[in-house]
Design a protein around this ligand. Structure first.
Ligand code: ADE
Length: 341
């Protein structure tokens, strides 16, 4: 049984996302190593008749951390409660959530690195001993009370593993990282989604979309829906390669899936710093973007494409980035910065 306490919106996009979410492990494409590790953990726990150990999933946004949590809950035939770290402001909020769990429930905490410190600290004994220590009252009259909790499995998700404190991290039985998907896997996801959404399209159109999907299923499905709209309005409803390209042009997404945000980062590095090395802070200041957004959203993809490299002295734009932006590569940068760092 699935009990969502966060995703209770019924906006059209949410309905579509739920429609596209894989409902079985066979539907879940890619991430083979993680899938295998999770299935072994679940099977072993089932044999021992225990709740599976707590699990921490990390990876860039849109790679399927929530989807995995749903599949895990389904595999152990449990209800799932989904909450977001920043939404659990006070330890009292956590008490309400934990005491309402059923035996064997899965609790999914998204953005677990954003829990407040007191909330996080209350979670320690809950994870370890399935007990909650409550402090009632204040000052000399304060008393502690211990509440027994049902045995539950916590699945934490984060885009920033380094921001999860060490005491919290060590309380998870396994920490698993999701990688960018292979382009072939993105293509399979798009094929499945277009069947589910009854979109008439062809392989060439799906190739166009998968190349621009940032190796990320959520982006792929988003582009598919926008391209479907475009084909419906500007074409005759069939999503062809031409219409897919036109749709992405209209969305200002280039042939590598780069948006104006990514291009601004590369331009700042190249035009203002000759390609670097340059610190994250300086890039963020120039393009007026949060450092954390650059770090979590844009940079991983630019690194995966080989457009940015991280060096001990800062970020450098590689020759591939110069070529993509049709910028002349300065000779000094070629020798000193790009290849010898
Ligand atoms: N949608 C999001 N992630 C997916 C995956 N790994 N496989 C299939 N569909 C998905």
């Amino acid at each position: 049984m699935i009990d969502e306490i966060k995703n209770n919106s019924s906006a059209p996009e949410d309905i579509l996302d739920v429609t596209l979410r894989p409902l079985s492990w066979d539907d879940y494409i890619g991430q083979d190593k993680i899938k295998e590790n999770i299935l072994i953990m679940l099977q072993a726990a089932k044999q021992r008749k225990e709740a599976p150990e707590h699990l921490l999933l990390y990876g860039n946004p849109g790679l399927g951390k929530t989807t995995l949590a749903y599949l895990i809950a389904q595999e152990v035939s449990s209800e799932i409660k989904v909450v977001a770290g920043p939404g659990i402001e006070r330890p009292g909020d956590l008490v309400a959530i934990l005491t309402n769990l059923e035996e064997g429930s899965v609790l999914f905490i998204d953005e677990i690195h954003r829990l407040s410190r007191p909330t996080e600290e209350s979670l320690y004994t809950a994870m370890e001993d399935f007990k909650l220590n409550l402090i009632l009252g204040k000052g000399p009259m304060a008393r502690t009370m211990t509440l027994d909790l049902p045995r539950f499995t916590l699945i934490g998700a984060t885009t920033k593993l380094a921001s999860v404190s060490s005491p919290l991290r060590t309380r998870f039985g396994a920490i698993l990282g999701l990688n960018f998907y292979e382009e072939e896997d993105i293509k399979k996801i798009l094929q499945r989604s277009s069947t589910l959404l009854k979109i008439s399209t062809n392989e060439d159109a799906l190739n166009v979309l998968s190349k621009r999907s940032r190796f990320t299923p959520r982006v792929a499905n988003h582009l598919l829906k926008r391209a479907r709209d475009y084909a419906q309005i500007k074409g005759e409803g069939v999503l062809t390669e031409y219409l897919a390209k036109e749709a992405l042009l209209a969305l200002e997404i280039d042939e590598f899936g780069l948006t104006s945000h990514d291009l601004r980062i590369l331009e700042a590095m190249i035009d203002k710093f000759n390609g670097g090395p340059v610190g994250l802070q300086a890039i963020a200041a120039i393009i007026a973007e949060e450092e954390s957004t650059i770090l979590e959203v844009y940079e991983p993809y630019l690194m995966r494409l080989g457009f940015i490299e991280r060096t001990p002295r800062g970020r450098v734009a590689t020759s591939l980035a110069f070529q993509h932006l049709k910028k002349k590569i300065p000779t000094i940068l070629n020798e000193k910065q790009l290849f010898n760092l």
